[in-house]
Structures are given as C-alpha cells and as structure tokens.
Design a protein around this ligand. Structure first.
Ligand code: GLC
Length: 752
C-alpha cells in the first residue's frame, strides 16, 4: 500500500489513493542540489514504512488508512515533539494536542481556539539526539493533526493522500528544504521594514494627515500609514468615500512627508447594480456560485456581497485590474483582509439573526450564533468554484487557498501598475507558500497581557512553517491598551519582522503619544532602535529570501538536543545573533531568561551569561532584555524619520567578543535589480590577541552604489585600559574611545 518516490537526497514523497488539489503549491522541478552526508531513506516493510537515517529507524510503523473521503497516516516517533503547523494558538510544542486546518475567522482568540485564519499542513518532528524530520501534507482540503504523543496521526478529507518527508538533520535544514519546495519570500521594499501606524479607522484624510504630522513633529520614525475600511464609499472595494474626496492630493501630502500608504481590500464585493466592480465581474462570471448555479451571496461590511472565484486565471487578472483605483492615486501597498473568506451570515439565516437581534439587549445567543456561523457556516458546503478547465471544486477544497489565490492576484496588480517595483501585500489568511506573495499578521488579537505573550509562539510556528514576514497588531486589536501594555508590546514589536500598531474601532487610541509624554518617549526610543538596527534586520530578510531560514526563530533552532529549549515560548532570536526576552506581565521589572548553549552578552551592560542556564534579569519598564551571542557582529545605522530619508549613512559594526564574524547586505530597497546582482554584501571579521585587533573587511559583492559611506567599528566588552592596536586588512588604524568603548572608523571606499 502506498507509493514512495525519492525527490532528492533529503526529500521523499509518499502517496496513496487519488488525492486532488485545485492548485499544487509544491514545485520540485527546480530544487537546489543538496548533498546529504547522512544516509536518509524510506524503507518499506510490507504495508508499513520507516524513516531511516544512518541505519537507525527514526520514525517507524508508518501506515495509511483510507476511508471514504478521509485518508490518514499514522507514524510512530518515540519521544517526538512537534513544531510548525503554521498559525496556531498555544505553545509551540504541539505534543499532546489535536488541531484542525480550515481557514477560519474566529474572532476571539481564546487559549483553546482552533483553527485560525491560516492553514499550513506542515510540521517538524524533533527529539534530542535525533535528526529533525519535516512532514508536509500536500492537501488543500480540511485536514487534521492528532499529535497524541509517540504515535500520531494526520490526514485530510480527500480520496487519497500525498505527503513529503523532509530530512534535517537540524530544524534549520528542514525549514530550508521545505521552503525550497514551496518557495521563499522575495525581498520586500525597505519601507515595509519600518514602523507602521494603523487603526480602524483613520476615517478621513484630515485624520490620517494629522497622525502623520504628529509623527514628524514628535520625530517618531514611521514609514507607513494604513487606511482601514472607512476610506471606501459604503465599504465598496476599490472606491473612495467622501472622507477622502481627493485621494491623490491626500496621498501626495503624505508622500512629501516621506510616508507610504497601505489600503485595505476585502474580497466581498457589494452586490449593487451600477457599481463597476460588481458589473464588470458579473460580465465575466467572476463570482463564486452556489450549488444551485446562482451567484453565492453572503454578508460582510457592505451588506450583501459576492465573492470572486480566484481559482480562475481570468478572474485574478480582472481583480488585479481593479487595483487601478488605488494605485493610480498613489497607494503603495495592499492589505488583504477578511480573505478566509469571512462571511458573517447569508440570506438563509438573516431572519434568524434578526430575530435574535430583537430578542434581548445582551444577546449572547446572537454572538454565539454569529460565531457559529463564522466558524462552521453551512455556506462552506454551498459554495462551488470552477477552475480554468471548467472543473467544479467544492469550497472545502478551495477555502484554504482562497487567500493565497487572492494574493497571487494582488501580485499581478503590482506587476501591472507598479512594474519593476517590489510589492508589499499584507494578508490575514493564507496557506503554505503565502510568503511568496505576502506578509501576514495574526489578525484580531486583544489588548491582553496573555496575547502579548501568546503571540510569540504563534509567530514562531509560522516562521518554522516557511513564513518569515510576520507580525501582530502591536498594542492589541480588541479592547483597550494600557500605557504599560503598549510600551511592553512596542518593545517586543521592535524585533518582529512586521512592525505595525493597529487597533479596533471603539477602542482607546494607541498611537505612540496616546498616553502622554513619558510613555511616548519610551516608545520612541524603541522605534528609533528599530531604524538603527535596519542593516541587521534587512540582512535577516535577505537570508530569509535566499535560504528560507526565518527572521524570527525559536531558541530550539540553536540546540535541538536541549529539551529545555522546546518549552521556551517567551523568548526568541532575531537572526543568528540577537536574543530577545520581552516582559509580558504587568508591574514586572525582571524576568527569568534561559540561554541556549554558548555565551550571551547583555547589550545594556556587557554582562556575560552562560548558555544552558537560566538567570534573573532586570527589566525596568523602559528596558527590554536583549542579548547578543558572543562572537557576533551587530550592524546598525543612523536613525531616520523614514527609510531612506538620507543617502549618506554610517554603517556601525559592533563586535561582541574577541573573535567575531558577520555579514551585512544592502540594495536599493525598491527594485528587483538585486536579482541581477545589484547588491552589496560585506563580511567583517575580527580576531584578537595580545597584540591587538585584526579586522578583515571583505567585499563579497559590490553591485550597487550603496548608501553606507563611513564605517565605524566598536569593540564591545573590551576591558583593557589602553587603546588597542587595530589593523584592518593589515593596515594600522587609529583607535579612540567613545564612552569607554574602543572604536575605529574609515571610509568604505578605502576598502574597495
Ligand atoms: C478585521 C481585521 C482588522 C480590521 C477590521 C476592519 O477585523 O482583522 O484588522 O481592522 O476587520 O477592517
């Protein structure tokens, strides 16, 4: 039973029956060549299979079960722990949990909530002393994962199953190999890495402009202002409402101040005669059908809506063209929301909802009803999709890729209206491979301390599942932020790949200044730090683009043999060198920090900590504990109001340790010319002995004119009283002290 196919040294495909997907996100035709030094094989024993590495059975008794319309696989992996699964509530290690995957707008993120907006049927099995193995279930259908323990089962509602077994041996290797099959993120525009300000809604042009002006007046760096649903005319997508009478001039005013503007787009199109999006869509039969062959109608913000059938190429083209209304007036990025798609009710239950509305004022039953509908709505069985070959697909097979298909259409829109420019799309829903088209955020969290803490494992699960450009609503979406919560959330947000403050309608303001001067000063300090760290962060994005290795990483990636790291859910790494330990409790000015093996340096005071130990670390309200791995280099630049406000920048390289090495990447931040080699990659290393410091500056690539003109090297944690002798590429340099830390500087062109 079952077929095995070897894809390359590290990837096998196993299948049974006749699985079918409306689209295949896996592409194994162009895999990078990998030579695995471990002998990795899938071995057949009768009806069962095992995963063997260097003669040892790692996962065994792999067996299939095929019931009508439901196929599953059972695997035995002693002492297994499970990571990944895309966007999931709860702690990272899913041993002992059961999960379902069907994209769902489940608005209140309570601890046991499952499923969520995004489905990525992928996980990594890890156990100390064993190679990590990835499993990707290649099914867009409703799927389930019962990770009971040593023996676990997963499967899908389909007439067959296909899954990939992906060898490590490290967790990092698994992620690299997995993303080589499903794709990696392109380089984002540089501005998308800056701080972004949003709320539901800046409802008029004046309101949005006043937010932007305040940012500049108070010198809080900020790159992006968001427009939520109220910019539209009656929530009709691709229209402008009366609050934005002259969108072009409004956006132009923001541009002059150095802002980019991102506008929300919902897939629900108002069913209204005379509305051109509806009319032109109807002409090509762009909208999803009900089983009875009529247009499927559901209710979202504008009332009665129809939903584009993104499965069809011509529908995606048509949708892309609609973006003209946004791009022509200068919109820079697109925020794809409600794209599970979220449908609040349909004609069928309108009466029921209305009755409940009249029943009583508290109406918990109404909320329950609406939630039940959002989560399990019978519309899911009702919608039909039709593909390019006129084949019908049930919504249950398409739903998980609906947002992915929409994001492909958005990508097309950028290609048409902004040729040669990098795109920025933010999506709430998604599927495996969404990183090729879009950044994602974790949707409607709340201004709760529990959510500040709970976002870290969700984001790391996504990161391990191939999605690198991830973030949360800073300050929390639902409910009211408090000053302390906003400070702590911004401190953490500084280190997340996507850094946007956003909140719901009816909640208190949570812009940086909302709680007075003192709070603003702390928030500003961190936003500025984000801009200073741009060279480091941008290099992390470049690595994610090149290798698929995420920007935000769980600590277990640094020592998968240390079981204690498997349960560290409230610390994370940014890239290879920075460990962040946010404070996630009110009235708390310390926390316990556990370090992976090696040595770690507190950047505030150069205090050193030994790995595989926990320490009590001080964290007053205006400080988030940040540690640098010994022997690494942190690259910084000058803080700016927005990227790249200035052209001539200084590149700071801070060496932590006596022997350090690091790389820094730069490109124009806006075009695709990096694909033709128009980028710079520098490697700086230092070795020291009693004669002094020997720095090696290597230009690995010089393909772009570059913004960094001057280089300043600092030797952190250097304790000798005398100034050290420093040579760069064998040339003696003059060193000096700044705040007790030895430095040297030189013009970059001296190194060319
Ligand atoms: C959804 C989004 C939220 C947005 C709101 C209004 O709840 O998740 O971010 O503000 O819709 O558009």
């Amino acid at each position: 039973m079952g077929k095995i196919q070897k894809i390359n040294d590290v990837i096998f495909r196993l299948s049974l029956g006749n699985p079918s997907n409306p689209i295949n996100v896996v592409d194994t035709t162009n895999l990078e060549s990998v030579k695995c030094k471990y002998d990795f094989r899938i071995v057949e024993n009768g009806d069962l299979f095992s995963v063997v590495s260097n003669g040892e059975e790692i996962a065994k008794e792999i067996g299939f079960s095929l019931e009508s319309g439901k196929t599953s696989v059972t695997i035995m992996f002693p002492n297994a722990h499970f990571f990944g699964f895309g966007e999931k509530m709860g702690f990272m290690d899913k041993r002992g949990t059961r999960m379902r995957m069907i994209n769902t707008d489940n608005p209140l993120h309570t601890p046991g909530l499952d499923p969520m907006y995004i489905s990525i049927p992928f996980f990594i099995t890890v156990s100390p002393g064993k190679p990590a193995i990835g499993f990707y279930l290649n099914s867009t259908a409703f799927s389930f994962f019962d990770m009971d323990g040593d023996v676990y089962t997963f499967g899908a509602q389909d007439n067959g199953i296909e899954f990939y077994v992906i060898y490590g041996p490290t967790v990092t290797d698994v992620v690299k190999h997995f993303t080589s099959m499903i794709g990696r993120m392109p380089m984002p525009p540089a501005w998308a890495i800056g701080y972004q300000q949003s709320r539901w809604s800046y409802a008029t042009a004046d309101q949005a402009l006043s937010i932007a002006r305040k940012m500049r007046e108070d010198a809080i760096p900020c790159d992006v202002i968001y427009l939520d649903i109220d910019y539209m005319d009656g929530y009709k997508v691709f229209t402008w409402g009366s609050g934005f009478a002259n969108p072009k001039s409004f956006i132009n005013k923001l541009k002059i101040m150095g802002f980019k503007v991102v506008a929300i787009v919902d897939p629900g199109v108002k069913r209204e005669n005379g509305y051109s999006v509806y009319e032109t869509g109807k002409k090509i039969e762009a909208f999803c059908k009900s089983k009875d062959g009529e247009e499927f109608v559901g209710y979202v913000w504008p009332g009665q809506c129809v939903f584009p059938d993104f499965l069809r190429t011509d529908v995606r083209e048509w949708w892309a063209q609609q973006h003209k209304a946004l791009f022509d007036v200068g919109i820079d990025g697109i925020w794809n929301d409600m794209n599970e798609p979220s449908i609040v009710w349909t004609d069928k239950n309108t009466e029921e909802i209305k009755a409940l509305l009249n029943e009583n004022e508290v109406s918990l039953s109404l909320l329950d009803k609406m939630k039940e509908f959002l989560v399990q709505g019978d519309y899911r069985n009702e919608i039909i999709h039709i593909d390019d070959h006129n084949k019908k697909w049930s919504h249950l097979k398409v739903r998980n890729v609906y947002a992915l298909l929409e994001s492909m259409a958005t990508t097309k829109a950028f290609e048409i209206y902004k040729p040669g420019r990098r795109l920025f799309t933010l999506s709430r829903s998604g599927f495996a491979g969404i990183q090729k088209y879009s950044a994602i955020w974790t949707g409607d969290n709340s201004s709760w301390w529990e959510h500040l803490e709970g976002e870290m494992p969700i984001l790391m699960g996504l990161s391990l599942s191939g999605v690198s450009f991830v973030g949360t609503d800073i300050g929390g979406f639902g409910g009211n932020a408090t000053p302390e919560l906003l400070i702590r959330w911004t401190e953490m947000g500084t280190f997340l790949p996507f850094f946007r403050n956003h909140t719901a309608i009816g909640t208190v303001s949570q812009e940086p200044w909302a709680f007075g001067r003192d709070v603003e000063e702390i928030i500003k300090k961190y936003i500025k730090l984000r801009y200073e760290l741009f060279p480091y962060m941008y290099t992390c994005f470049y690595n994610a683009h090149e290798t698929g290795i995420p920007i935000m990483r769980p600590l277990l990636m640094y020592d998968q043999d240390d079981l204690d790291l498997y349960s560290v859910n409230d610390e994370f790494m940014v890239g290879d060198s920075i460990l962040v330990a946010p404070v996630v409790r009110p009235n708390t000015v310390w926390r316990s920090v556990y370090f992976p093996k090696g040595r770690w340096i507190d950047i505030r005071n150069s205090q050193k900590y030994e790995g595989r130990h926990a320490y009590k670390i001080a964290a007053p309200l205006d400080e988030i504990p940040i540690f640098v791995r010994e022997n690494s280099v942190i690259f910084r630049t000058d803080s700016m109001n927005y990227l790249f406000e200035r052209e001539n920048l200084t590149l700071y390289a801070d060496f932590y340790g006596q022997k350090a090495i690091g790389r820094v990447y730069e490109d124009d931040g806006e075009s695709f010319e990096y694909n033709e080699g128009k980028y710079n990659l520098y490697e700086i290393s230092v070795e020291s002995n009693h004669d002094g410091y020997f720095v090696n500056f290597k230009v690995l690539r010089r393909g772009y004119v570059g913004r960094y003109k001057k280089v300043v090297l600092s030797f952190e944690g250097w304790t000798d009283i005398n100034l050290p002798a420093v040579k760069v590429n064998d040339k003696p340099m003059k060193s000096y002290f700044v705040e007790g830390i030895p430095r040297i500087d030189f013009d970059l062109k001296e190194m060319m």
